[in-house]
Design a protein around this ligand. Structure first.
Ligand code: HEC
Ligand code: HEC
Length: 426
């Protein structure tokens, strides 16, 4: 999809929003949602009080940020107008937040570093290991603890504030406590916490788990995509899909072998594969020049997991570009062409469109195609499939049919203001 039509889609989504606004707002009297929404948009959670979750997961941008690699600390502006004036981008693309609580066995993050361990009766593995506080509701609540600690996301650079300093020393608990102290001393938050959590009677009862649970509740209720033409078709409305989308669906679950990995209700098997995606961006301090991202290997420490990333859900995927774990694909055609023939896709790859990354942070991007071919391409997991131009078009039409055309209105998802008084508009 070209960028212009991407924006057009967003505009259409906004119009649908207006249309459904009145009915859904009434249905949404939920104090925990309001609390989570305030926290999600409140920059007071970030070290330098300049970044909120919404900076990179904005309702107007399908709960992402519309750029290949997110800009947290060091940036200003929103979406593809956000510019980096110092520091580094995040090494990965900001994923959308749809259906995260509805998907069983979906590991969180592209490398699955937050995941429920199979057969463990709900044990959640995470970078915080046994430091996780008691009382977190589930994996989505656990996730919400980590952006707060990341220097490039919300904590900020060492030396710039006390959260950043604690996070830089890997003192997670201290960093979380500072966030809690900030929040509990803001008028307007405590009464909401007390209403939502009866066990929070005074400021001293507030913990980071209450903040995380409210954030996760907002994400869960606010970002669901389960009312797409595809869903309606599955429920028996055979007219919900047009001719092309039906053709695309047949290919997706058949000849094109997409469902080998994109399976189940949400089009994901929750497993990890190497798709031979070129490493562009600051990476995760591994491999060539310390600029590579080893993906799943970072979690399992197994060499065989190198360059593997989680199969993403494809719900609302037409709204969430650019695509891939490092946002390397600017159109869905590119994504599909790459899946079908990674060799040719890499051969044709236009790295020039990523040179801006090098301008921002000289030498921080891997452009070594020989290296990519010899190391990443050789072990890719993609099946060999040949499709003609028309068939690819059908597949894209099917991806459109995975879009929920009835999202919550932005008036529900975006607060007018937040208790800290910090701005919410950017
Ligand atoms: C600077 C941009 C940025 C900010 C700020 C940010 N995120 Fe993210 N978010 C990302 C990126 C990038 C990833 C992917 C990271 C990875 O996979 O390693 C991500 C991943 C996630 C995921 C996992 C999604 C998935 O599919 O696995 C969730 C949920 C999430 N963020 C929620 C939040 C919440 C809640 C906050 C605020 C507390 C927040 N984010 C703040 C950029 C950001
Ligand atoms: C071998 C498993 C596998 C098969 C087969 C497969 N995919 Fe994927 N797909 C993935 C993985 C893994 C990713 C994420 C790769 C990354 O970001 O590093 C992905 C990413 C995508 C994305 C980008 C999603 C996003 O949010 O960035 C789309 C779209 C997609 N696949 C569609 C398809 C279609 C259409 C087919 C069939 C032609 C297909 N896939 C076949 C594993 C697979």
């Amino acid at each position: 999809m070209k960028k212009r039509s991407f924006l057009l889609t967003l505009k259409l989504a906004a119009l649908t929003n207006l249309f459904f606004a009145t009915s859904s707002i009434a249905a949404f009297k939920d104090v925990k949602f309001e609390l989570g929404r305030a926290l999600f948009f409140d920059k007071v959670l970030s070290g330098n009080k300049n970044i909120s979750c919404a900076t990179c997961h904005h309702p107007d941008l399908a709960s992402g940020d519309a750029v290949a690699l997110s800009i947290g600390e060091g940036g200003s502006g929103l979406g593809d107008e956000r510019v980096l004036s110092f520091g580094k981008r995040a090494p990965r693309n900001a994923p959308a937040l749809f259906n995260l609580r509805l998907m069983d066995d979906y590991p969180i993050f592209f490398d699955g570093r937050v995941e429920e361990v199979a057969g463990s009766n709900g044990f959640i593995a995470s970078p915080a290991k046994d430091l996780l506080p008691e009382g977190l509701e589930d994996i989505l609540s656990v996730q919400a603890l980590f952006p707060l600690l990341s220097a490039v996301e919300m904590a900020g650079q060492k030396g710039s504030n006390e959260i950043a300093d604690a996070a830089a020393k890997d003192d997670k608990v201290k960093a979380w406590n500072i966030v809690v102290n900030r929040v509990k001393n803001i008028d307007g938050y405590m009464s909401l916490f007390q209403e939502v959590y009866p066990s929070v009677k005074s400021k001293n009862d507030l913990g980071i788990q209450h903040i995380a649970n409210a954030l996760a509740h907002y994400e869960d209720k606010g970002y669901r995509a389960v009312d797409s033409p595809y869903d309606r078709y599955k429920e028996g409305d055979l007219t919900a899909l047009n001719f092309e989308a039906k053709k695309g669906m047949k290919l997706f679950y058949g000849k094109a072998k997409c469902s080998q990995c994109h399976t189940g209700k949400f089009q994901t098997d929750g497993k990890f594969y190497n798709l031979a995606i070129p490493p562009v961006g600051p990476g995760k301090e591994k491999g060539l020049g310390g600029k590579e991202d080893f993906g799943r290997e970072l979690v399992t420490k197994k060499r065989s997991d190198r360059y593997k990333f989680r199969t993403p859900t494809l719900r609302n995927v037409v709204l969430t570009g650019p695509w891939g774990h490092n946002g390397i694909f600017q159109t869905l055609e590119q994504v599909i062409d790459h899946h079908l023939n990674p060799e040719e896709s890499l051969f044709n790859f236009n790295f020039n469109s990523f040179l801006y990354l090098d301008d921002e942070d000289p030498g921080h991007t891997v452009f070594d195609m020989t290296f990519v071919k010899e190391n990443i391409l050789t072990n890719h997991d993609l099946p060999r499939v040949e499709l003609n131009h028309q068939e690819k078009g059908y597949l894209i039409e099917f991806l459109y049919a995975l879009t929920d055309l009835n999202p919550l209105p932005r008036e529900v998802l975006i607060p007018e203001s937040v208790p800290s008084g910090l701005p919410v508009k950017d």
